[in-house]
Design a protein around this ligand. Structure first.
Ligand SMILES: C[S@@+](CC[C@H](N)C(=O)[O-])C[C@H]1O[C@@H](n2cnc3c(N)ncnc32)[C@H](O)[C@@H]1O
Length: 377
């Protein structure tokens, strides 16, 4: 940044801090998604999450005509590769007849993470598997199911700050002691125009009328581009987004005065996002209405959404919990760990509040739903 004048947008800073191939948190492969790592995701808590999701994956894939030659199970941003590794095992157990029609496709932007996925999946020989870039997929679009599990919250965002009665773009600058500090500048015209258009379509007022000076928020300016690329990469199928998400009135409330941006390292949240760039994760929740708007603008159909806790209970989480009691005493340590993981997956103040959001392209909407009640799955 010194060489280009010492100031950049927060979005550019977040991109470098996460994805720079040498120094970025993901780009360098330094990130650890695990119980003893930087943070956990549902998939990293153990195989029960994938086993529950697998039942729904089978139902969706069964909706494709039997003569579809290959169905692709695609994950964008697979992290450690845990979700796909466990899904393959669960699919082999729950629906072995599906396997010969399936391929796994991993789309990972960061070489350091790709290496970790290759190591995690090196013994996976049940289903053909390949890593692809989004450009490669756009050149040869696929049919099937796309998973974006805790990906959208890792895409770089703009930050907006309300000051002196005006909305500004938040910037990151180097001060004369070489420290990173917040700064601000006028909204670049393309960003101002994008905000105005999305606000008009979604009925959003930014900043909220009762916002106080200094009110700050995030703007997912990359969403439309991401959904557009993915729409070109998928000829026909569904996209399941699983992420931290808030309704627009909660996301852009005056009371949420410092947005949703979080810096996380070694399971600790709360350090400044400008602290030790590249050593900590930076993540921002998604806004349900504006994400849906981006998807629809890019040609997707919004099919359904549900909280993770509700989805997993509908898929049999309680029965799985009960089944742990039947395990032999020798398996008590594993049973206790799985019990803790299952409870965390549905904890309404944590992972249970995640949203499962389903989008479709070229599919019959009535056939693709999310699980909401035991007799509805
Ligand atoms: C928070 S981790 C999610 C890991 C995994 N899905 C899970 O839930 O355990 C984000 C992952 O997305 C990758 N990533 C970030 N931006 C990406 C992009 N534009 N395209 C593909 N992968 C990306 C990161 O390198 C990392 O592997």
């Amino acid at each position: 940044m010194k060489q280009v004048g010492g100031v950049t947008s927060f979005r550019r800073y977040m991109d470098l801090a996460l994805n720079d191939p040498n120094h970025g948190f993901y780009g360098s492969g330094r990130a650890r998604v695990a119980r003893d790592g930087d943070f956990v995701t549902s998939a990293s808590l153990g195989p029960d999450f994938a086993a529950l999701l697998a039942a729904q994956v089978v139902r969706w894939l069964d909706q494709f005509p039997a003569d579809t030659p290959t169905l692709s199970l695609i994950e964008i941003g697979p992290g450690e590769g845990d979700l796909l590794a466990d899904l393959v095992d669960a699919l082999a157990e729950q629906s072995p007849q599906l396997l010969h029609r399936l391929e796994l496709v991993l789309v990972e932007a960061n070489p350091g993470m790709k290496q970790r996925q290759q190591a995690r999946l090196q013994h996976q020989t049940i289903i053909p598997m390949r890593w692809c870039s989004m450009d490669e997929l756009m050149a040869a679009p696929l049919r099937g199911l796309v998973l974006a599990h805790e990906l959208l919250d890792a895409l770089p965002v703009e930050r907006l700050i309300y000051d002196d009665g005006v909305l500004w773009q938040q910037l990151v600058a180097l001060n004369n002691t070489g420290a990173l500090v917040w700064s601000k500048g006028p909204l670049p015209p393309p960003l101002a125009e994008e905000i105005e258009q999305v606000c008009n379509r979604c009925g959003l007022v930014l900043p909220p009328l009762d916002a106080e000076q200094g009110w700050t928020t995030e703007w997912h300016t990359g969403s439309l581009g991401w959904f557009t690329q993915l729409s070109r990469a998928l000829e026909q199928g569904v996209l399941l987004v699983v992420d931290y998400a808030l309704e627009m009135h909660r996301y852009y409330s005056a009371r949420r005065s410092d947005g949703t941006l979080m810096a996380v390292q070694s399971q600790q949240a709360g350090l400044s996002p400008l602290h030790a760039p590249g050593s900590q994760d930076l993540t921002a929740h998604i806004c349900l209405e504006t994400v849906e708007d981006a998807a629809v603008q890019a040609g997707w159909t919004a099919l359904d959404q549900v909280r993770q806790g509700e989805a997993l209970l509908a898929l049999g989480l309680a029965e799985r919990l009960y089944g742990l009691q039947l395990l032999p005493p020798a398996e008590l340590p594993q049973a206790l760990q799985r019990r803790e993981a299952l409870l965390r997956l549905v904890d309404p103040s944590g992972l249970g509040d995640f949203r499962w959001i389903l989008f479709g392209k070229g599919v019959n909407s009535s056939r693709f739903k999310l699980p909401t009640a035991p007799d509805n799955v």
